[in-house]
Write a protein that binds this ligand. Sequence first.
Ligand SMILES: [Zn+2]
Length: 83
Amino acid sequence: MAAERIIAGLSCSEVLARLGDFLDDTLAPDARAAVRAHVSACTECGRFGGAYASVVRALREATADTGGIDEATVAAIVGRASP
Ligand SMILES: [Zn+2]
């Protein structure tokens, strides 16, 4: 990944660490706003976040009958998807 950037008070790695919670809608409103502001202004996170979100959504749909995906699966996907 390109050099870390700090936008809206969050570094890229902090944004990636929060993406799962962001998609789960479990972040506090101010944290959620900061993630959204970072992703909208950061091309790296915007691209990766969009890809990550679509993968997570597809997996959730695919595993909806079995109770969703566990954190280890998400971590594996993120580890593999990281540039
Ligand atoms: Zn970023």
